[in-house]
Design a protein around this ligand. Structure first.
Ligand code: ZN
Length: 281
């Protein structure tokens, strides 16, 4: 069964490699910024996404948080994000490892404590201190021009979920959130890629042919999806490429089975945390 899924993913990946409007033949994309989020200590997904970003000639990378939690490679993922990203935001899982996991389900809580232990087990005191400092210095929010960047929402930057269903079931919540946005906002947290507009409406990347063009008349909230634990039924790693006039969504297959095998070997990480990756949920 696992083999079938790998086949399916590779086929999907080839479709993704078709040159898009964001691709540049010269291998340099000075106007492009890669947005990554919710890596969740999934090193296989992160290295695959970083290689894809490099292949596109993009050198500026921003991370919307949740570098760690759930997955088997927290130290390597923190080190890579620290090395490759211009900055990263504080996600609820980063916060939980740094301080305390509150209102986490048992498998997320156990993963948070296990993750903290991995940081503490580092034998090199300099590397250990550097990781804790990096985690402690993650930004809560960042503003660039008329764009706001938070892990979760403008109201509660670390914790509030903005779900696609909210545009139907919670229009006043959406109105209050859009009130706090000048024009554009970039969030992660739900692990579901797509664009919210201030109608309010939600558009998954498939409904946009993978590209959303900014409009002066329309406020938007953009979620690049999750690198390391997608939850929109597409198991491929998700990220986005931001241009001055648009955002392009990217999906890319990676070696999920390698992550499942690592998770299975770690008692404190529930097997489900690996297996869910196959289904993208
Ligand atoms: Zn997350």
């Amino acid at each position: 069964m696992a083999d079938d899924l790998v086949q399916f993913e590779k086929a999907g990946d080839e479709a993704q490699v078709e040159p898009g409007p964001g691709d540049t033949a010269a291998g340099s994309a000075p106007n492009a910024t890669a947005l990554i989020s919710d890596i969740h200590a999934n090193l296989e997904a992160l290295t695959t996404v970083l290689a894809d970003i490099e292949k596109r000639g993009i050198s500026r990378i921003l991370c919307l948080g949740d570098i760690i939690g759930y997955g088997p490679d927290p130290c390597a993922c923190i080190d890579l994000v620290a090395q490759k990203c211009e900055w990263a935001l504080m996600g609820n899982h980063d916060f939980a490892v740094l301080y305390e996991p509150t209102s986490f389900n048992p498998s997320a809580e156990s993963a948070a404590f296990w993750t903290r232990q991995q940081f503490e087990l580092e034998k090199d005191p300099v590397a250990r201190r550097k990781r804790w400092e990096y985690l402690g210095n993650l930004k809560i929010r960042e503003r660039i021009g008329n764009a706001l960047y938070v892990h979760a929402s403008p109201r509660r930057p670390i914790n509030e979920y903005i779900f696609p269903d909210d545009v139907i079931t919670a229009p006043s919540k959406m109105a209050q959130i859009f009130d706090r946005i000048e024009h554009r906002c970039f969030v992660g947290h739900t692990h579901v890629a797509g664009v919210f507009t201030d109608e309010p409406d939600f558009y998954p990347p498939a409904d946009l042919d993978g590209t959303y063009h900014f409009s002066e008349r329309e406020k938007c909230i953009i979620n690049p999806g999750s690198v390391g634990q997608p939850r929109d039924r597409d198991p491929r790693a998700s990220y986005a490429v931001l241009f001055p006039d648009r955002v392009e969504f990217v999906r890319i297959a990676y070696d999920i089975q390698a992550v499942i095998d690592k998770v299975k070997k770690i008692d404190d990480l529930s097997d489900f945390l690996g297996l869910r990756l196959l289904e993208g949920r």
